[in-house]
Design a protein around this ligand. Structure first.
Ligand code: COI
Length: 358
């Protein structure tokens, strides 16, 4: 059984934290001092350890590099107003991680291993959790196939690794998006609901083309003639239509976003009506023409939430209001941040606390 005592800890001889400018945290660039590693072989996870963050070496033949058995999670830890640290919704991330692993035919792990690996790593790197508003420590757990063999097969060996890094805001301005009608992110029966690396790699080309056309991101659809909206870039997407918060329903082609779920829960608390239902590009266009599309925004762990300022629908560009402080998005986002930082009660038990100085 995994406990804090069974994790072998090899501390970094010297922290790198002094080298970091916490006022200039480009997303994904700065990495904390330590990483967690466990190896899977003979049907179990073993050799659980925390080491100084650094390079790992492996054979060019490992199966992950060729056939893409690789899944990851993205989570965040926050500095609380009482000086402690909260890690947001470990359980919900665990459930999604297990669904992703299952879809990619990779072995599950116990909740105990997931929770202990994260909390012990973050305890050790607690000083890396940024204090300024809008910043957090991004936590990246991932598993990849490490069996050395290039024959097409399900790997029998894996590595589970976690590292973290302090991050600032993901987007610094409202987004210009286009409804993507040539490419899809995910298909029915595919891997869209799993957080597997290939989903992201496959999204780069359409996103790159959209950027060349002057957009920040694409609005993914289900590829049907109706152009039913699914996600936006690497985020779930939400609309406020005539006062109602509308978001596409979960399916096997939509990621079960932890921020999406938290937003829906908090919308109820704030008295905002919600609907999880199909929204087509045609409905969006009608709503834009009738001035009842009041807000559009993406939600995700990395971005938290980001307004969309314009939507291109088959070459026609529509402006979307950006309501600011009194908007539905902003009110929900502020409540969510207050819960994470201890300024509002954690009614839903979303925070795992790391007590500092104990
Ligand atoms: C997240 O929002 O955490 C994501 O996984 C998106 C991206 C950073 C990969």
């Amino acid at each position: 059984m995994i406990t804090a005592e069974t994790i072998k800890i090899n501390k970094a001889p010297k922290s790198r934290i002094e080298e970091v400018d916490f006022n200039d945290l480009e997303f994904g660039k700065v990495i904390s001092d330590h990483m967690f590693i466990s190896d899977y072989s003979d049907g179990e996870w073993n050799n659980v350890r925390i080491e100084p963050f650094g390079q790992i070496s492996f054979s060019p033949t490992i199966l992950a590099l060729h056939y893409g058995q690789m899944v990851f999670e993205g989570m965040k830890a926050f500095h609380m107003q009482d000086g402690n640290i909260s890690i947001f919704r470990i359980e919900k991330h665990y459930e999604r991680f297990m669904r992703s692993l299952e879809r990619m035919c990779m072995p599950p792990m116990s909740y105990r291993l997931f929770e202990e690996s994260i909390t012990n790593l973050i305890k050790l790197d607690a000083a890396w959790v940024p204090k300024s508003a809008g910043s957090s420590l991004y936590i990246r757990p991932f598993v990849f196939a490490s069996e050395e063999r290039f024959g097409v097969k399900i790997s029998s060996e894996y590595k589970y690794i976690i590292f973290s890094g302090p991050v600032g805001p993901y987007y610094d301005k409202p987004l210009r998006v286009k409804v993507e009608h040539q490419f899809v992110r995910a298909a029915r029966g595919g891997t869209g609901y799993a957080k597997c690396a290939g989903n992201y790699g496959a999204s780069f080309y359409p996103a790159h083309l959209a950027k060349m056309q002057g957009f920040d991101q694409v609005l993914w659809t289900d590829g049907s003639p109706d152009l039913n909206i699914e996600e936006s870039g690497t985020m779930n997407v939400m609309f406020v239509i005539d006062g109602v918060l509308v978001t596409p329903p979960l399916s096997d082609s939509i990621l079960d976003g932890v921020t999406r779920d938290s937003f829906l829960t908090l919308a109820h608390e704030l008295g905002v009506h919600t609907q999880q239902r199909t929204v087509s590009a045609l409905e969006l266009e009608e709503a834009l023409k009738n001035n009842i599309l009041q807000e559009a925004f993406g939600t995700g762990t990395a971005a938290l939430s980001t307004y969309i300022q314009s939507i291109d629908i088959k070459g026609k560009d529509y402006s979307v209001p950006v309501p600011g402080e009194n908007g539905v998005m902003t009110r929900i986002k502020n409540l969510l941040m207050d819960i994470r930082t201890g300024k509002a009660p954690d009614k839903y038990n979303w925070n795992t606390l790391i007590k500092i100085g104990q």
